[in-house]
Design a protein around this ligand. Sequence first.
Ligand SMILES: C[S@@+](CC[C@H](N)C(=O)[O-])C[C@H]1O[C@@H](n2cnc3c(N)ncnc32)[C@H](O)[C@@H]1O
Length: 270
Amino acid sequence: MKKAYVHGYDPRENIRLQDQASTLVELLHSDTAYPPGSRVLEAGCGVGAQTIALAGNSPRALITSVDISPSSVAEAARTAAEAGLSNVHFQQADIFSLPFGPDSFDHIFVCFVLEHLPKPVEALLALKKVLRAGGTITVIEGDHGSAYFHPDSEAARRAIQCQVQLQRRAGGNANVGRELYPLLCEAGYGSVRVSPRMVYVDASKPGLVDGFIKKTFTAMIEGVRQSALEAGIAEEREFAEGIRDLYRTAEVDGVFCYTFFKAIGLKPAQ
Ligand SMILES: C[S@@+](CC[C@H](N)C(=O)[O-])C[C@H]1O[C@@H](n2cnc3c(N)ncnc32)[C@H](O)[C@@H]1O
């Protein structure tokens, strides 16, 4: 039986993550720049799709990027070397047993990771241990409940729900974006601020039509086809109709909206 769908472990999915990152760099990264010499932990770096923007915007910060998957870390290191980045150190590590002492970092950056974790608050607590008091955590997540489009389509909405259900069965939460404020508060971060970042796409933005509607969002939903059929939560013909209708929103009269959530919290002094 095919392994349950998890972002970032097959070549097609890796290409999708890279496409997603390059399409969303301005929207998600433009206000994140860390001071020279600051120690930054990127937790769950995957294949390095965000690392490029992160390190590029903070060229003199000292970035440590970790992921639980050794093959992803190796690929991230290759990508960073090809991009000529010299301020990132890559290391295999599990967020829940980080090989760093207390106060090892001034800032932490986490993107599209909590959505996969059954216990996101515990992950945020584990990260807080290695953050110094007064340091910041930045968390970015999507929320599939925020996807709406024209022409509307029941089949497309059902195809999206397949992804939501599969992620839930795997212990994750594809709608976690809306929960960032309560999650960070529960983990004991202070001064939490969340800013929604809407991607609005119509035909006047051909880069986003291709990069977001087609190569990011629809590619992701299309990627769960086999798992959804095997899990018996989709029927082949209807799923295909849903995917066709998602691509339909990329046509000249189509419109697509999706909201990411970016949260920043501070580790309070004890
Ligand atoms: C969807 S990918 C996101 C990767 C990257 N942040 C990005 O935005 O392209 C989620 C990543 O979280 C990693 N991950 C999941 N659980 C983890 C854990 N306990 N510790 C470290 N990394 C973890 C996965 O291996 C995967 O690479």
